[in-house]
Design a binder for this molecule. Sequence first.
Ligand SMILES: C[S@@+](CC[C@H](N)C(=O)[O-])C[C@H]1O[C@@H](n2cnc3c(N)ncnc32)[C@H](O)[C@@H]1O
Length: 315
Amino acid sequence: MTDWFPTMPARLFFSSGDLMADRRFEFARDLQLKGDLAAAADLLLQAIELAPDFTTAWFTLGGIREELGENPAAVEAFRAAQASDPGDRHGAGLRLMRLGAAPLSAMPQASVQALFDQYAPRFESSLVGDLGYRGPALLFKAVLAVRSAAKKPAFFKRAIDLGCGTGLAAMAFAKEVDHFTGVDLSPRMIEKSRLTGLYAELEVADMLQGLCGRLDASADLILAADAMVYVADIAPVLAEAARVLAGGGLLAFTTETHGGEGVILGSGLRYAHAATHVRAALAAAGLKLSLIEDLSARNEDNVPVPGLVVVAAKT
Ligand SMILES: C[S@@+](CC[C@H](N)C(=O)[O-])C[C@H]1O[C@@H](n2cnc3c(N)ncnc32)[C@H](O)[C@@H]1O
């Protein structure tokens, strides 16, 4: 499958500290990759016997059991992975949410950070190359359309790029922005975006914290390309964005969506926000919706993932 990172076999590896247990894990991974899931699960249990707090082995075992259709046993393994790593860098909590064994809640920041740190070197080829990623281009087109309808120039003095990643959104908007600030949870993504030379300022932070540290009315444009999909509760981010935007400023973001109500965790382990939910959250933040379109920012298995492109204004 072409699905991007979370559903691929675990690549993050944290040593158990026990050489024998680590070796068994490596053998188990080989068997898993060869498709012998039952044998891989057996070896993982052996590794866990040697090192009971071996998070990576528990997490991998959870994934294998899920693939084998053994959901209660998968839940048990993911719970053990979570218990053995309080930061939950593998994101076992997300797997529990998807299995219906935990209520919908925020993604563990450590898992988002660990995943994007790991993917930073091949992020653009994976996302743009393999998944036909088009988030920044969609945002650019939408922002130009809103500005043109308002008969205003599409030029912004100060912009903030939330979840800036490697800097693709700044690249799309480079000619229309004077001063770009990038905010991202992943230090290695920030390193990549620094190399573009497009950002005047870069900050390793959660997007909400990043906004909270900004002055009132200090930005003219706030972007979030394929980043709200990692945020379960967008309401506080929208409220802070409204505070940080100057009058007439725009907030533009993409998100994944679904036909129901509220927020769900999609099959790709990203959140999908219903259009009604997005509208209500914008209204609660005091932002005026300028544009909302059903447009997909990426493909999965060569099929566009249902998505929204949203532009809202501070009036
Ligand atoms: C799929 S990438 C998109 C990157 C970039 N915006 C683009 O269009 O190429 C998502 C980025 O959001 C970042 N991210 C996810 N959750 C975040 C959060 N709560 N605060 C800040 N950054 C976050 C990730 O580290 C990652 O770099």
